[in-house]
Design a protein around this ligand. Sequence first.
Ligand SMILES: *Cc1c(COP(=O)(O)O)cnc(C)c1O
Length: 377
Amino acid sequence: MAKFDYSTQCIEDDDIQGVLEVLKSPFLTQGKKVEEFEKALCDYTGAKHAIVFNSATSALFGAYSACGIDEGDEIITTPISFVATSNMFVALGAKPVWCDVKADGNIDEALIEKLITPKTKAIVAVDFAGKPIEIETIKFIAKKHNLLLIQDASHALGSSVDEKKIGSFADMTIFSFHAIKPITTGEGGAVVTDNDEYAAKLRLFRSHGMVKKELWNSDMISLGHNFRMTEIAASLGVTQMKKLDSFIKRRNEIAFYYDERFQNEKLFLTQKIPHANISSRHLYPILLNPELHCFKEDIFKDLQAQKLGVQVHYKPIYQNSFYKERFGAVSLSVANNFYLSEISIPCHQQMSLDDAKYVANTLLSIIKKYAQKECSF
Ligand SMILES: *Cc1c(COP(=O)(O)O)cnc(C)c1O
């Protein structure tokens, strides 16, 4: 465990015990743990179906395929995300239409409608750092224009809006269980949905498109993959789900401490969570003021030298070579600035308030040092 990493997993005795039991059982894959984990996800989010995958990337691929995203379709999406959000519909021949973000890192709902064309098929949004997107507004836009709404909630398992959990809003919602996401199965992901047809397609897509007939006979009825989750991973999912709320509570305690320490801070901004919402606080992003942008690299290196495992989320997807070559130059001002100013500081369930105090003190002293310098370009 790296105490001052921006995020880290929390594996305890019950997680280890569960895995050991699976290892000694007859089923390492395709047993009952996957079902148990899927039921826990449904119970928690309120969604009718949960289909787990071996990563959120394969879950995104499954979700986009299940709803028929195809060659020539346009998808309105956020550039401030991990590349997989766009990669998986590009893999199906669809085109990303990036919408600029707001200062909180979430898609700017006020800009979505202008980007809709007859080719638009879906809106794919990300709850950045765990902060829920403006879900009611975006749902309204999707409904008005007959578009699908897919939420890449890889950061946001356990986040909620007016006491309703993320996973109960969009046509399909994707979660990630990568090691440092809100809960972990090592690698893993899930799609939750209320739609029976999507759920059936997702199950086929995950496992070769095959259905069992009688005795040895099975039939492959659609093109599928092997994107199944193992019983070992699903066991971690089951034990981790029981602790999700306590993880989120601790992450929020750390985040509230930072919020108070930084509330009058003039040199950087923090992400504000509305009172009616809960954020999983997967990340605690700070945004340096423009006059500090030129020192970001120095600040980052100084933070690392003080053993703070900081990270930057994210380089806008359109700035990656693949996307520039495939789709040409794109430049969105808020997203560009977000990348110049963002640093994710340590915030996770393994930290104490003393740890948070150390992080805050270290951060403030480093940033104040640079605030007195003159930027030379
Ligand atoms: C982590 C992440 C993914 C990919 O998740 P994997 O489980 O690692 O495949 C996709 N989208 C977002 C927003 C993520 O943070």
